[in-house]
Design a protein around this ligand. Structure first.
Ligand SMILES: Nc1ncnc2c1ncn2[C@@H]1O[C@H](COP(=O)(O)OP(=O)(O)OP(=O)(O)O)[C@@H](O)[C@H]1O
Ligand SMILES: O=c1[nH]c(=O)c2[nH+]cn([C@@H]3O[C@H](COP(=O)(O)O)[C@@H](O)[C@H]3O)c2[nH]1
Ligand SMILES: NC(=O)CC[C@H](N)C(=O)O
Ligand SMILES: [Mg+2]
Length: 542
């Protein structure tokens, strides 16, 4: 369990909206929109027992979800939420849940699926119920994603919006502040959606929109100080990626040199990665990063392994072995110094999407790939050595982490870096990993990324890299036959890395990259650009 000093939790300092999650793909967007308005929001599973809440939300949103309210076994809220006497907004499934609770006959399967654009005609009632759509005019474009619908108006409610397919696209209780919308205000394709969420959270719930990133960093630093106390040492796995860098900056600010940052050189890092990260963390953050040279170890354990899941497992467990050794080394080194103490905590860069994954109400989902995740790491370490996790970013999204990074004065070049997976180049080589292959992929990657930067495209792309297909292809170089590997270029745009679009380069640019790689990287006979979006592809090659 992540430590949580409840007394300092943000919901005690900021008015907070509780989002009860019914498993929609877009539940987290409700939080993002609210937070972008300055209203703090937290997400809990829809099955949360209200009696277990240690804090009182200013209002509650029921999210959408894939189930049908009338099906046996589908999720339902604890009826006690209605006794909290705070405003409630139901979205899609959430709206159907409100109607179904009043009478199960209120919801049924519609005649037509309704996915995509619809126009909601707003009905003015001239009472409090108009507050949800206040300022939006007579009609708004919205995004729908449903099959089930309200087939009758729940007792006590009035209609505040309708579409051709959904007569009850917006409903409101006549006396109590309970609202429901069939469409999704959290989606970009509902352009006035944020206004609706502001009307709900600020005007109807009365939440103060005073949540600020800066405050979060300060509160978090104070929380870490209190938690760690004045003796314990903290071990941190720091990759130089955004998450661990921001986490490290917070730790450093909180406890100074008692924070021990470790970077493992897996032998599968980007070109000059370890050196650059060490210099940057020292220069910009005053962090003395220890680089553990382990390339040989990783490569020897990976020898002959081409199965992607096996590669990930080997890499994950090698990380564990090395961190265990480091914890022991650090304690030994600190003996007889003013910083002597036990390594009691382990810093991890967990973000809110990871937390949501494990909290939210979802059916079992298929394992697409086992992210090497240092999350699995402390289990054994904790049992063996009593290490506890510290996850300062566990309530934040990536763009919020970047904002905090900027706030903490972390250099733009660190804050805006494309993510790089823990297993590194090893999962960008299709086939077994050898030193020679890593070298080739690394050089090609460096050329690609450098050219992207020179062309001013780096910040328009969410993630780019060059990987290697170890099948070989024939080429003709200066009248000589070559039989070389195939470099796969990949570049995608995405907000949350859950889905992604292929980046549209100019053809001339790609041809130039291809020519440069073929000319400069020995062993490559061909360069291709991957045109697969996610889904069906994943961002990494394995
Ligand atoms: N080579 C490494 N050495 C030490 N820790 C690592 C290494 N690679 C990954 N980690 C740890 O694994 C965590 C998860 O990696 P992940 O790539 O998701 O995050 P990140 O590297 O901090 O940020 P980014 O997503 O921008 O790459 C990191 O936060 C870091 O704690
Ligand atoms: O730290 C990590 N350990 C991993 O094992 C791992 N696998 C994928 N990724 C990163 O996650 C994002 C989504 O990647 P996929 O579409 O390939 O699943 C992309 O940003 C990937 O780089 C990883 N990060
Ligand atoms: N997006 C949703 O919440 C869908 C709710 C419900 N499953 C429907 O099809 O209407
Ligand atoms: Mg990384």
């Amino acid at each position: 369990m992540a430590p949580n000093v409840e007394a300092d939790a943000p919901h005690n300092s900021f008015d907070t909206i509780l989002v009860l999650d019914f498993g929609s793909q877009t539940s987290h967007l409700i939080l993002r929109r609210l937070r972008s308005l300055g209203v703090f929001a937290e997400l809990l599973p829809c099955t949360t027992k209200i009696a277990d809440l240690t804090w009182k939300p200013k209002g509650i949103v029921f999210s959408g979800g894939p189930s049908s309210v009338y099906d046996e076994g589908s999720p339902h809220v604890d009826p006690a939420v209605f006794d909290l006497n705070v405003p409630i907004l139901g979205i899609c499934y959430g709206c159907q849940e409100i109607a179904w609770r009043i009478d199960s006959k209120n919801v049924a399967r519609g005649e037509a699926r309704e996915y995509g654009h619809a126009d909601v005609k707003i009905t003015k009632v001239n009472s409090n119920v108009d507050r949800l759509f206040a300022g939006l005019g007579d009609e708004i474009p919205v995004f729908m994603s449903h099959y089930d619908k309200l087939v009758s108006l729940p007792t006590g409610f009035v209609v505040i919006g309708a579409t051709t397919n959904s007569e009850y696209a917006g409903i409101a209780h006549q006396e109590k502040p309970i609202f429901g919308v069939q469409f999704h205000p959290e989606l970009e394709h509902t352009p006035r959606g944020t206004d609706i969420l502001r009307n709900f959270s600020v005007d109807i719930c009365g939440a103060q929109p005073n949540w600020k990133m800066g405050d979060f960093a300060e509160l978090e630093i104070a929380r870490i100080r209190e938690l760690v106390g004045d003796r314990a040492l903290v071990l941190g796995a720091v990759s130089g990626g955004v998450d661990s860098t921001v986490g490290a900056a917070l730790m450093r600010e909180a406890i100074g040199d008692r924070f021990k940052a470790i970077l493992i050189d897996t032998g599968c890092m980007r070109l000059n990665e370890c050196e650059t990260v060490k210099v940057n963390l020292g220069k910009h953050l005053g962090i003395n990063l220890t680089v553990v040279e382990a390339g040989e170890l990783f490569l020897s354990r990976l020898a002959g392994v081409s199965d992607p899941e096996k590669k990930r497992k080997i890499i994950g467990s090698t990380f564990i072995d090395l961190f265990e050794e480091e914890a022991i080394r650090i304690e030994k080194e600190a003996e007889n110094t003013p910083n002597s103490g036990k390594v009691e905590f382990f810093l991890q860069g967990t973000l809110y999407p990871d937390v949501i994954e494990s909290l939210s109400f979802r059916g079992p989902s298929a394992t697409i790939k086992t992210h090497h995740n240092v999350g699995g790491l402390p289990e054994r370490m904790m049992n063996g050595q009593g290490l506890r996790l510290i996850e300062p970013l566990r309530l934040l999204f990536k763009d919020e982490v970047r904002a905090i990074g900027r706030k903490l004065g972390i250099h733009e070049s660190l804050v805006n870096r494309h993510p790089f997976p823990g297993p590194g180049i090893a999962i960008r080589i299709l086939g077994d990993v050898t030193k020679e292959r890593v070298e080739i992929a690394r050089k090609a990657d460096h050329i690609f990324i450098s050219m992207i930067k020179e062309a001013g495209l780096y910040n328009q792309i969410s993630q780019a890299f060059a990987g290697l297909d170890t099948n070989r292809s024939v080429g003709v170089f200066g009248d000589q036959r070559v039989w070389g590997y195939i470099v796969i270029l990949r570049a995608v745009g995405t907000k949350d890395f859950m889905s992604a679009d292929v980046f549209d380069f100019d053809n001339a640019f790609l041809k130039n990259v291809s020519r440069t790689i073929c000319n400069q990287v020995e062993g490559v006979a061909r360069v291709v650009y991957d045109l697969t979006s996610k889904p069906p592809g994943t961002i990494e090659l394995e």
